[in-house]
Design a protein around this ligand. Structure first.
Ligand SMILES: Cc1ncc(C[n+]2csc(CCOP(=O)(O)OP(=O)(O)O)c2C)c(N)n1
Ligand SMILES: [Mg+2]
Length: 560
């Protein structure tokens, strides 16, 4: 225990690990237990007043909750899983944290060291297993090394481009005694932009006529977000957000241009092509943002200023005119101190970009009793100003992305790597991280049953997110691709679903079914008033497979 540390007494490895988590600022641990880490569990028992141990039902759920915690707080989310099968289940969360640049520390209970390389029960070499998807993988074999290696794991997860670190914990090491002090995070000043970075950026802006900012990345602080908003708005620059980064910029601002990701509005994509200066702030300009690497010329014909915390990502695919290596918040605070361009020439351009966004957010007419676009717009008006949204991956997600806006004080959690099964656990992780806030999850009927068992975790820990299940009875996204490539040949994409309202009621939660436009808001209000974890099943029209096309239209296009 910490008192032992202060007295310089011996502690077990399990206790040192729990104390290392406290020393590095962890407040929550999301775990599925295993016999491989009984000593760490016991160490956490002693630290139960400092760390909430969240007992999950599936390791993928545990890592998604931890990842959501990391996205929201900027500090590494912590998940603990057992070796072999547990680590394999957890791998998806490591991939999310890698592609989403989220700080995450995954601890894995390991086999006894003296059985290594016999392919003993549940043995996996984690350095090899996780190396392509983790930022760093280590294994602790000596209790005395725990404070050093755990502190480094936390430091690596938040440094430069944030990401996942995996730490395997040899089984018997956790029982060994060591007398070593705790080590906390390395205090370090953030990387500031080079002295001539902002003057050069401003000089390029002075000459521009059609600038467009693309905001992305992770670990933005509230001050950083406010500062970058201030800089962009004072310079009257239209702002798009990168794929699933809607939380970075107030969607209601007249400067908001929409999200540049999978399913981006064609109007915004056209505007991005017309732009004569791209300010890529925090985004890697990856495949979703660059529309499959087609949007911008790779050799740099369209000038791009890229601001990124890791120099290795600057110009990685697209050669940029000006690369600025900097901590994003440090950059934003410096940018906010610059004098805005005196008489920007792009007021008309900014208005045109915004008009394109407003045009695409208008609700079209849809067949049937439920106009999902109108229902979501009505819902937006009654959501609390500090709502946290968590989304899964699938076509349903393009409806809120197109027709709703994430306001300045709201947060948005989504898997930029397109991992189905993320939404429900991310919502639970968010509700556990911020107990007072309203958490709304968007998930399809496919994703809802991929990790829906984690609802048990929500009840176990008193979390009450509201889960909106968009039920179209199919893996709709894949059906869409199928109809484009092989029209009329439905293969492997139809689903049979439970009664979702009765499913949540069986846990003691609140269930609602929505089939008409005007039912969504009252259903949401009853769900909120219940104070319980809730499912609102929204029965959507399967024919309306995207918000822009019906199955019949896709077939007709495919047969042309
Ligand atoms: C873990 C995982 N498995 C499979 C996929 C491929 N995939 C992408 S979307 C999708 C269907 C999603 O179905 P649903 O959740 O019902 O949403 P819908 O597309 O019907 O709106 C599938 C299978 C994926 N992205 N992630
Ligand atoms: Mg579906």
């Amino acid at each position: 225990m910490a008192e032992n540390a202060a007295r310089g007494e011996a502690r077990t490895g399990g206790q040192l690990l729990a104390d290392a988590l406290v020393a590095n600022g962890a407040t929550h641990v999301f775990a599925v237990p295993g016999e491989s880490y009984l000593d760490l569990l016991d160490g956490l028992y002693n630290r139960r007043n400092r760390i909430e141990l969240v007992t999950c039902r599936f390791e993928a759920g545990a890592v998604h909750m931890a990842e959501a915690h990391g996205k929201l707080t900027g500090r590494p989310g912590v998940a603990v899983v057992t070796r072999g099968p547990g680590a394999c289940h957890a791998a998806i969360g490591v991939h999310v944290a890698q592609q989403d640049s989220t700080p995450l520390v995954l601890l894995v209970g390991q086999i006894p060291l003296n059985e290594t390389d016999r392919e003993t029960f549940q043995e996996v070499d984690y350095r090899r297993f996780f190396s392509p998807i983790a930022k760093w993988v280590t294994q602790i074999d000596e209790a005395a090394r725990i404070p050093e290696l755990m502190a480094h794991a936390f430091d690596v997860a938040v440094s430069g481009r944030p990401g996942p670190v995996v730490v395997a914990l040899s089984e018997e090491m956790q029982k060994h005694l060591a007398t070593v002090p705790d080590i906390g995070p390395q205090a370090v000043l953030p990387a500031h932009p080079a002295p001539d970075a902002l003057p050069r950026l401003m000089a390029m802006l002075e000459k521009a006529e059609r600038p467009l900012a693309i905001l992305g990345g992770s670990r933005w602080t509230p001050e950083g977000r406010a500062a970058i908003r201030d800089f962009l708005v004072r310079n009257d620059i239209p702002v798009a957000v990168a794929f699933r980064r809607q939380g970075l910029f107030d969607g209601n601002s007249p400067h908001y241009a929409g999200d540049l990701g999978v399913g981006a509005d064609a109007g915004l994509v056209r505007k991005a092509r017309e732009a004569d200066l791209i300010l890529a702030i925090g985004t890697r300009m990856g495949e979703p943002v660059s529309q499959g690497y087609t949007l911008f010329d790779l050799a740099g014909a369209q000038p791009i200023v890229q601001v990124y915390p890791d120099q290795a990502e600057i110009g990685r695919v697209h050669r940029v005119a000006l690369g600025i290596t900097a901590d994003l918040n440090a950059f934003a605070l410096e940018a906010a101190r610059t004098t805005p361009v005196a008489a920007p020439r792009w007021a008309g351009w900014r208005a045109a970009v915004r008009a394109a966004r407003e045009e695409q957010a208008k609700a079209p007419q849809y067949e049937g009793e439920l106009n999902l676009a109108v229902a979501l717009q009505q819902l937006e008006k009654v959501l609390p100003p500090d709502t946290i949204f968590a989304t899964d991956a699938g076509n349903f997600a393009t409806w809120p992305a197109r027709f709703m806006h994430v306001a300045a004080q709201q947060e948005f959690l989504g898997p930029t790597n397109g991992a189905m099964g993320y939404g429900v656990p991310a919502a639970i992780g968010a509700a556990i991280t911020h107990p007072g806030r309203c958490v709304v999850c968007f998930v399809g009927d496919g994703g809802a049953l991929m990790t829906g068992q984690e609802l048990a975790t929500a009840f176990h820990h008193g979390a009450a997110p509201i889960i909106m299940v968009f039920n179209n009875g199919m893996y709709g996204t894949i059906r869409m691709y199928q109809e484009r490539a092989y029209p009329g040949r439905v293969s492997g994409t139809a689903l049979t679903n439970p009664d979702f309202a009765r499913f949540i009621e069986s846990f003691g939660g609140h269930g609602e079914v929505v089939t008409r436009t005007d039912e969504l808001v009252p259903a949401f209000q009853r769900a909120r008033a219940s104070g319980k974890c809730a499912i609102i099943e929204v029965r959507t029209n399967p024919e309306q497979v995207t918000n822009r096309a019906t199955i019949a239209q896709l077939r007709a296009q495919a047969q042309k």
